[in-house]
Design a binder for this molecule. Sequence first.
Ligand SMILES: [Fe+2]
Ligand SMILES: [Fe+2]
Length: 274
Amino acid sequence: MSNPGSLRIAAISDIHYGKSSAGSMTQLFSQIADTADILLICGDLTDYGLVEEGRVLASDLQSFKIPTVAVLGNHDLESGQEAELTEVLSRAGVRMLDGDTFEYRGVGFAGIRGFCGGFGRGALGPWGERVIKDFVNEAVQEALKLESALQKLQTQHKVVLMHYAPIRETVEGEPLEIFPFLGSSRLEDPLSRFQVTAVFHGHAHKGAPEGKTQSGIPVFNVAHAVLKHSYPDRPPFRVFEVQTNDGAEPGVTPIVDRRQYGRRSSDRVEGMSQ
Ligand SMILES: [Fe+2]
Ligand SMILES: [Fe+2]
């Protein structure tokens, strides 16, 4: 657990629970509970968005002892059962965010699913066919949801979780042809406007683990496959420490628990610049 005056945030994504996934992540969940104060899950909680899959995950989270905050991903919408899925996970104690906020020990969290459409000058514009306008509008609506969620938070630190990527940098590693389907720059504007402390997302399974918005906000891709590939000697979750002391500089520090990762056992926590 963290020191008073700081909060340890664990983040994972794209766990893609299926009907036969029972128990597959319980060891990971217990490592997370031993290390962090709160867990963020950034979407693709299930493989096909089936309530049955959600029940399997809910059961594995039953004995999880720290607060859990999650957003849905595109896979969670595949079967049109997202409302029931949200209900099943909420009943299991998971705070499901969809343009909503959650505050814990002085840190504010805002969550959306997000959407795609591409990045920077390559972003799709709302022009021409109705279907293109609707497609672009989905990303605009998600950005507006994020903006109104962030508006509600009065905390010094605001942490955002979303499924899709808000910047190009953390999808790099994926085939260039699919970049437009991995996220949208439209999700970046509210992050800068509200001077968010850090952003966590998933979806780009072959993306890069870290990047920054144009205004310098750290962005972390915590997709399960990305973490396994980028940090093969560690369990596939990341932990960040946020200083919650009044007047502390806003920021997050990625940390590694040496004991957990089998390194020196004298110090529990090592500050790392990665
Ligand atoms: Fe995924
Ligand atoms: Fe996804």
